[in-house]
Design a protein around this ligand. Structure first.
Ligand SMILES: C[S@@+](CC[C@H](N)C(=O)[O-])C[C@H]1O[C@@H](n2cnc3c(N)ncnc32)[C@H](O)[C@@H]1O
Length: 310
């Protein structure tokens, strides 16, 4: 089956030999598209212009089809009649696929090099706080993966640190799942048996993350594009989120992430993503194959420097 990077079914596959169905062609010409975008933004605050047009159309067409609408104008009528449809629409627009220790090779470097280096520099500077931001955290798997690694590394010193792993996402349904911390087997394939036994409680077919790890993971709604600035992070991980955004928005966000990091902090992006624009000169590559970057002391741009957190 033909699927997108999100793992969801690509609706273009339903089409003819050109890869598009006639309905899809019709949608492309549909003048209601711009009106629909404006109405969505007005009623939900969701910035439709952040996404690459092809991605946005593909995702919105999922709901247009699901509601048997023949055009964007018809879909608008559905939205007007049934405000609950907005919830389904936002869920379709945001791709929420994630899993624990996604791309295990990246996590191996995080575990063996990055976290030990952060902890070492903290202990040398007598600083007891560690701040990590999982931006676009979906249901929290990424945030809890960091929590597990930190607990494994710090062991009996775990409680001596003030650890904050902040997971942010635009999608409230995903955040509710993150706060509950209950997961299906499907997202656990990279979690070995001993880790499952140590950090999860089996609840029927599901796995519940331990209370001790829940205490250090905080989830809040935040739109990366219009949301307020964040700061003082030792590590920022933003993977498989910006890939759907237009290039200029990606560039802007890379700078925002640079600003939000402490000097010496690490920036981690998805394996299919690249640093764009000014950020390319600002971040120092740490491991380019795994898309790991560091905020060095030199090459700073005016006004972007952050003081180390206490
Ligand atoms: C594919 S998931 C990535 C999850 C995780 N980072 C990973 O790599 O496994 C993308 C997430 O980005 C979120 N997202 C999309 N647009 C966003 C925005 N403007 N601000 C914050 N989060 C956003 C979606 O809701 C979704 O949960």
């Amino acid at each position: 089956m033909n699927t997108g990077p999100d793992g969801k079914r690509n609706i273009a596959e339903k089409g003819n030999s050109t890869g598009k169905s006639s309905v899809e062609d019709l949608f492309e010409e549909d003048p209601g598209f711009e009106v629909l975008k404006q109405v969505i933004t007005k009623n939900t605050g969701f910035n439709c212009n952040q996404y690459k047009e092809s991605h946005f159309r593909r995702r919105i067409n999922v709901r247009v089809r699901a509601t048997n609408s023949g055009s964007y104008a018809e879909y608008l009528k559905v939205l007007k009649k049934d405000p609950e449809e907005y919830r389904h629409l936002i869920e379709a627009l945001t791709v929420n696929v994630s899993e624990f220790f996604r791309n295990p090779e990246t996590y191996r470097i995080i575990e063996e090099e990055i976290l030990p280096s952060v902890i070492k520099s903290k202990s040398e500077a007598m600083i007891k706080s560690i701040r990590i931001w999982s931006a676009g955290c979906a249901s929290g798997e990424e945030a809890y993966s960091f929590a597990i690694l930190l607990h494994e590394i710090l062991n009996k010193d775990f409680d001596k640190y003030r650890i904050s792993i902040i997971g942010t996402d635009i999608d409230t349904l995903s955040l509710e799942k993150a706060r509950k911390g209950i997961y299906n087997e499907s997202v656990m394939k990279n979690v070995d048996t001993s880790t499952r036994e140590l950090y999860f409680t089996k609840k029927g077919e599901k796995y519940q993350i331990s209370e001790q790890l829940k205490k250090i993971a905080h989830f809040k709604q935040h739109d990366l594009i219009s949301g307020s600035g964040m700061s003082h992070f030792d590590i920022i991980i933003c993977r498989n989120v910006m890939i759907y955004f237009k290039k200029e928005i990606q560039e802007h966000l890379h700078i925002n992430f640079y600003r939000a990091l402490n000097t010496g902090g690490y920036f981690i992006i998805g394996k299919a993503e690249t640093l764009l624009g000014t950020a390319n000169n600002l971040f120092k590559p740490y491991n380019t194959r795994e898309r790991l970057y560091i905020k060095g002391t030199s090459g700073d741009i005016h006004g972007t420097g952050n003081k180390e957190s206490k």
